[in-house]
Design a protein around this ligand. Structure first.
Ligand code: FES
Length: 331
């Protein structure tokens, strides 16, 4: 693992993809290109692929992700409001959907885009045509999804489900510590596959959450390392109780990954030394996931703003304020 006391250089998840350049370029707010942001030169650009400014100047039309109908193949739910839904998705999405941090925007059929929710992809069938999503029913959006169990509409694949994802992708032959709670565990299978491919050893501390559902356990690929079921910072029958800070200080893994609520991230961030690399689930509220609505805006320490649905930023760029207590997800 490259140790970085690092300034994680901010990029756009979509640079060079078929979704680039987008209308953030029209608005003078392109995440990738300093010139399109009104700066004089492109010295600050670390992108080594097709020049975004050149594509924009030539009038290249970006492909916008559109919602498509996704018939539901199967659905299981628990009394505690946990739903496991398998939907038909296009085969050519499957490689993207197996990447760490991939997600879909999901909404009930025929509804406005404001009803859409980002949903992490839990697994993709070997045929490449079925994707499984696990979510908890909380607020009106997820309640509406639970009432429409024949067909959903989905758009994607989106890539910004993890803050600091390049640290994860670059980690080779190293130890990683993963703390996960609640439905944050849905991100685990794709992450674990990447760490396996890169010959990493992994220690997982899994807090099953309110209803004690450690649903990810049966879906995990074989991996080098250990998994313990615990209750982070609280009591629950049948689980060991451990403190987030205690788990972090007893591990020397250079890569620490937190998958859960902002409250978990804030505790992890407070316990981490700066020479350890941190990756976290991206819990920004997203509505369009395309950079135009502003719901996901991240304000950085220097006052600059970024769209959290498109910008590839580090967790410490989000969780920098000691006063900030995190957003509560009640979608
Ligand atoms: S979710 Fe709309 S700008 Fe990011």
């Amino acid at each position: 693992v490259p140790r970085e006391k690092e300034i994680y250089d901010t990029r756009c998840h979509d640079t060079g993809s078929e979704s680039c350049p987008c209308f953030l370029a029209d608005a003078g707010q392109c995440i990738a290109c300093p010139v399109l942001r009104g700066e004089q030169d492109c010295d600050a650009c670390a992108w080594g692929g097709v020049c975004v400014y050149d594509s924009y100047s030539r009038g290249d039309q970006a492909h916008t992700r559109r919602y498509i109908r996704a018939p539901i193949k199967s659905e299981k739910s628990t009394a505690a409001g946990l739903h496991c839904v398998t939907v038909h998705t296009p085969r050519h999405w499957s490689a993207e959907l197996r990447q760490p941090g991939s997600f879909l925007m999901v909404k009930p059929p025929g509804s406005e885009e404001t009803w859409a929710c980002p949903m992490a992809v839990f697994s993709v069938a070997s045929s490449g045509e079925l994707s499984t999503i696990v979510y908890r029913e909380r607020g009106p959006k997820t309640q509406q999804l639970a009432r429409h169990l024949k067909t959903w509409e989905v758009a994607g694949p989106y890539r910004s489900g993890l803050l600091g994802v390049r640290r994860l992708n670059r980690a080779v032959d190293c130890d990683a510590l993963i703390l996960t709670s609640g439905t944050g565990q849905s991100l685990l299978p794709n992450i674990l596959r990447r760490l396996n491919d890169n010959n990493c050893s992994v220690q997982i501390a899994l807090d099953p959450g309110m209803d004690g559902a450690a649903y990810v356990v049966q879906a995990l690929p074989e991996f080098a390392g250990s998994l313990s079921l615990i209750r982070l910072d609280a009591e629950i029958a049948g689980c060991r109780q451990e403190s987030t800070a205690g788990i972090i200080s007893s591990s020397s893994a250079p890569l620490v990954i937190s998958l859960g609520s902002d409250h978990l991230h804030i505790k992890v961030g407070a316990a981490l030394q700066r020479d350890r690399l941190w990756v976290a689930s991206n819990n920004r509220i997203m509505v369009c996931a395309a950079g135009w609505c502003g719901a996901c805006t991240v304000i950085r320490r220097d006052g600059s703003e970024l769209r959290g649905c498109r910008a590839d930023i580090a967790p410490e760029d989000v969780f920098w304020s000691g006063d900030w207590k995190g957003e509560r997800d009640s979608r």
